[in-house]
Design a binder for this molecule. Sequence first.
Ligand code: 5GP
Ligand code: ZN
Length: 118
Amino acid sequence: MCLFCKIVNKEINANIELENENFLAFHDINPKAPTHLLAIPKIHVDSFNEVSPETMTGMTEFIQELVKQVGIDKSGYRVITNVGDNGGQEVKHLHFHVLGGAKLTWGHFSDADPKDYL
Ligand code: 5GP
Ligand code: ZN
């Protein structure tokens, strides 16, 4: 069972912020912003590549509720999902990073010039 499935099953502790029948949001153990939450579907989905439109509909509503609950909906925030090796995905259970609470830098991306990849 993957790490985030264990958090869903309460086999591993997490600081849970919001939960409903299908989704869970908890605070990232290594926060990159004053507010750094991870929103996940309770069912195991490897990545954004495999997620269904139905799950995304629920996820959208869930994240909208989450950002209101933690009070960052008006000040602004960023939602990120990393996919695969190039995306830097470490945990192979779909998760959306929700970052806010301060003016965010553009630092989650490579500093390299796009031309350097060519
Ligand atoms: P990824 O790099 O896969 O997009 O993001 C994985 C995230 O999960 C990282 O930001 C990392 O800090 C977080 N993380 C890894 N293990 C745990 C854990 O056991 N508990 C919590 N709350 N977050 C975790
Ligand atoms: Zn899982």
